[in-house]
Design a protein around this ligand. Structure first.
Ligand SMILES: *Cc1c(COP(=O)(O)O)cnc(C)c1O
Length: 422
């Protein structure tokens, strides 16, 4: 099946007389007639639901839909994108381990990696888009558990160099983990490009209407943990799971996320949010086309305005990441996020935002409505000046999430506000 069909139909197939749409199973628990039946589910001998932290039919429909779109073998729905990233990393790393990440990542992810995980004894070694493959290679040692990137980095718009990451992953037998939030599986399929685990903030395009916070971890099933010394926890019998060796289990990564990380850390998605996210995903293929087309039109128009110093959008032919868009993304789509710089710095950036009428000032991206954000004074304000610079954020940097309104109305609102900020 093609993506459009998977968006509308995958993940849920009702039986005769059942509800056409995945029902919201608003229940913490599930009833069994015998204790043996429940024990078999605990032992992974059969599948079924027993407690919503470890699985729920509504979340299950969402998990199967995204897994089908990405070409994965399993998925786990989480409370938020941050919950998903935290559990995906903790599924591989413990105190004393390290991992490697692109430095230009989402602000929350950067804080988690640079500060919070460090306090737990897990060291993140950062590379930037300027580093060579050899420089990244030098960061790898026996305790390096994964390499992390964002397909399209939020908010810098850097596109991941998947060919380089795939080579490193294969050479050293290291998991490549990719945050595919901004691209979605409609624009990019990281498992086909060498990634082994995908994480999402489903709060963004997957939901698409700004109604449900959520995150999803997807297992590519394309990494062999068996016998790989780097992943002792997958190869040694797990004492917390009566001696199970996860490397022997199908969909080892997502099974362990669910049975160990979700069991113990508990950042689970609510059934209501799974329902809303599933509903949003029914039109993901239509929306990503519209976001991408609108963003290219808006980026082209912004470039022409005298108040605009620079525009970064990977879909623009002159953008330094445009060749990677051609190489890795579907049908010329480059998603809906643009970054641009206003002439005159902070003061003009504030004046411009105040003059907008249609486009909202929001801590959000990737829903149907266009919105802007000034990262230096909002999402990234906890970062030091040096960290801001390293993330590629200047004080005149505006992040624009282009919605699916009429493209000329969006440009008109931007032009009016830029003219007033002059
Ligand atoms: C928003 C976002 C996150 C965090 O997701 P939440 O659902 O807000 O926790 C992670 N990565 C990227 C790229 C994001 O845009």
């Amino acid at each position: 099946m093609k993506d459009a069909t998977k968006c509308t139909q995958a993940g849920y197939r009702p039986k005769n007389g059942e509800s056409r749409v995945p029902p919201i199973v608003q229940s913490t628990t599930f009833l069994y007639e015998t204790p043996e039946e429940m024990a078999d589910i605990f032992d992974l001998k059969t599948t079924g639901y027993f407690y919503t932290r470890l699985g729920n039919p509504t979340s299950g429909a969402l998990e199967e839909k995204i897994s089908a779109l990405d070409g994965g073998v399993g998925a786990v729905a989480c409370s938020s994108g941050m919950g998903a990233t935290m559990m995906a990393v903790l599924n591989l790393c413990k105190a004393g381990d390290n991992f490697i990440s692109q430095k230009e990542v989402y602000g929350g992810t950067y804080n988690l990696f640079a500060h919070t995980l460090r306090k737990l004894g897990i060291e993140c070694r950062f590379y930037t888009a300027a580093n060579t493959k050899e420089e990244i290679e030098d960061m790898i040692d026996d305790n390096t558990k994964l390499i992390f990137c964002e397909t399209i980095a939020n908010p810098s718009g850097i596109v991941a160099d998947f060919d380089m990451l795939r080579e490193l992953g294969e050479k050293y037998g290291i998991v490549i983990m990719c945050d595919n939030t901004l691209a979605t599986p409609v624009v990019c399929k990281p498992f086909d490009l060498g990634a082994n685990v995908i994480v999402y903030s489903s709060s963004k395009y997957l939901d698409g209407h700004a109604v449900a916070l959520g995150g999803i971890i997807v297992d590519g099933g394309n990494f062999s943990y068996k016998g790989n010394k780097r992943y002792a926890d997958f190869n040694n019998p797990d004492v917390t799971y009566h001696g199970l060796v996860f490397a022997d289990v199908p969909a080892a990564f997502s099974t362990r996320v669910r049975t160990v990380c979700m069991r113990d850390l508990g950042a689970v998605m609510a059934p209501m949010n799974a329902f809303l996210t599933c509903l949003g995903m029914d039109t993901l293929h239509l929306r990503m086309r519209a976001h991408s087309d609108n963003a290219l039109y808006v980026a082209t128009a912004l470039r022409e305005h005298p108040m605009v110093e620079w525009v970064k959008y990977p879909g623009l032919a002159e953008d330094r990441y445009n060749t990677l868009v051609d190489k890795y993304f579907s049908d010329g789509m480059a998603s809906g996020m643009i970054a641009f710089g206003i002439k005159g710095g902070l003061e003009k950036a504030i004046a411009f935002q105040k003059a907008l009428r249609l486009i909202g000032i929001e801590t959000h991206i990737a829903d149907a409505r266009s919105c802007v954000l000034h990262p230096a004074s909002t999402t990234h304000r906890q970062l030091s000046d040096a960290e801001l610079l390293a993330c590629g954020i200047s004080d005149n940097f505006i992040r624009l999430s282009v919605g699916i309104e009429d493209k000329e109305d969006i440009v008109q609102d931007l032009y009016n506000a830029l003219d007033q900020a002059k």
